[in-house]
Design a protein around this ligand. Structure first.
Ligand code: GRF
Length: 227
């Protein structure tokens, strides 16, 4: 039987300090437009494109890699694309601000990272507070960083998985929205394990992003409420 999503649900009667994701943007149904940032093949982007409720709110796909497969997928779906090349900027902050400008110019109020291989500066995160999602191929906080799948195998774990989280100023660290476990099997290679993790990613990310787009996720400190 398929493992259920491990959701973090909390009572919604917390203090006044909560920061809400419901847009105060004038959108009638509290929905927001989102920019997807991707550097690679874009299979997670494709899963979002294939979800009609999400596709309707994808305002732009931004990549640092002009040849990224994600750009081809976006163009095939008729979605605006923008390339922001790392080499065109003197430092991380200027690069990050250019990405933020491209997202905002498209009308996006939220950002979804789908295999984006550049670390964004704190000034980017300040532009979209509690409005940046990331998907990571491990059960965070275990195995953060770019070699998550290989590191899990090398460590000898029996279970790894997928985490979707909000992005804060530390890498792979922000409030966790949802997780799914994936069992490590005898003889697994990094490729075979990552392939099974991606099957779960392609189911889980659309569920979370749909909630995000519809204003149904609320961040309270490290906790995330689903409404
Ligand atoms: C995914 O495994 C995701 O967890 C990680 O980057 C990978 C992107 O894959 N952040 P794709 O380009 O969506 O196929």
């Amino acid at each position: 039987m398929k493992c259920p999503i491990i959701e973090r649900k909390r009572q919604s009667d917390r203090s006044s300090s909560r920061s809400t994701l419901r847009a105060e943007s004038g959108h009638e149904e509290n929905t927001i437009e989102i920019a997807v940032l991707a550097s690679g093949s874009g299979t997670n982007l494709q899963a979002l494109i294939d979800t009609p409720d999400i596709r309707a709110h994808l305002s732009v796909v931004i990549s640092d890699e002009p040849e990224a497969g994600a750009l081809i997928r976006a163009r095939s779906a008729g979605i605006q694309t923008t390339v922001v090349r790392w080499a065109d900027y003197p430092d991380r902050d200027r690069f990050s601000l250019a990405v933020a400008d491209a997202a905002e110019d498209s009308g996006a109020e939220g950002v979804v990272l789908a295999g984006f291989m550049r670390i964004l500066s704190p000034s980017f995160i300040d532009r979209f507070p509690n409005r940046i999602l990331n998907i990571h191929p491990s059960l965070l906080p275990a195995f953060s960083g770019v070699h998550a799948v290989g590191s899990a195998l090398e460590h000898g774990v029996g279970v790894t998985g997928v985490t979707v989280h909000f992005v804060d100023e530390k890498v792979d660290h922000g409030p966790i929205v949802a997780q799914r476990p994936v069992l490590v099997e005898p003889g697994d290679t990094e490729q075979s394990l990552h392939a099974r993790i991606q099957v779960e990613e392609h189911e889980l990310y659309p569920l979370v992003v749909a909630a995000f787009v519809n204003g149904n996720l609320e961040v309270n400190g490290r906790m995330v409420d689903w409404r």
